[in-house]
Design a protein around this ligand. Structure first.
Ligand SMILES: C[S@@+](CC[C@H](N)C(=O)[O-])C[C@H]1O[C@@H](n2cnc3c(N)ncnc32)[C@H](O)[C@@H]1O
Length: 188
């Protein structure tokens, strides 16, 4: 009985997160980025996992940033949609391959559950320990662990900040959903 109550409370919380996110995202424009969300993925990060991304599927690089990430994936031979559209109001491609805004991970994951589309998303390794992550994706995720820390290109107002050396102080995993990888944990 108690457990059901706790489950219901968590579900209500997640639902609220999703509703709030929908309201916020309705006003999304690419100029309104939160500064610490603008970490652009280097081509090497996609190159390292290219063998796990199917070539015969349409990839949605769902979070635009400066647009380079989609170009990197195209250069690696993938069929990619990478447009400046609001993730929360679109449903494109067969598989999502992206690096989402880290400040909106709970809302992004709630939307992922709704879409129920296979994905590979680069996110900080700490996310796997959050309550919202466990609630949504416990036992449903496979991980690819990078060989080395991924160093993103940081942008502030569309420009590289002075003194920034592309040296990140956090680690990431590739979180994979419904990708049918041969192992639950793949160490690159
Ligand atoms: C961590 S960056 C990664 C950008 C790109 N995917 C890459 O890998 O280089 C996340 C980006 O998500 C974008 N973003 C934020 N909110 C969004 C939304 N509601 N819909 C689509 N993109 C959004 C911003 O452009 C932000 O720079």
């Amino acid at each position: 009985m108690e457990n059901t109550f706790v489950d219901n409370v968590s579900e209500i919380k997640l639902y609220k997160i999703f509703i709030i996110s929908k309201r916020k995202m309705a006003t999304f424009t690419n100029k309104g980025f939160i500064k610490h969300d603008d970490y652009m993925t280097p081509k090497s990060a996609w190159d390292d996992i290219k063998q796990y991304i199917p070539k015969d599927k349409l990839i949605w690089e769902a979070f635009y940033g400066n647009g380079d990430s989609g170009s990197h994936l195209k250069e690696l031979g993938f069929n990619v949609i990478h447009e400046e559209v609001d993730f929360f109001e679109n449903d494109l491609g067969d598989i999502i391959v992206s690096n989402p805004p880290f400040s909106k991970v709970p809302q992004v994951l709630a939307r992922m559950v709704e879409l129920d589309k296979p994905f590979i998303m680069i996110m900080p390794s700490s996310k796997i320990n959050t309550q919202y992550f466990k609630k949504l994706f416990k036992n449903k995720i496979q991980l690819i662990i990078p060989k080395k820390r991924i160093h993103f290109e940081k942008l502030v107002d569309g420009k590289k900040p002075e003194g920034w050396r592309n040296a990140c102080n956090f680690d990431c995993f590739y979180y994979c959903y419904k990708m049918n990888l041969p192992s639950d944990i793949t160490w690159l």
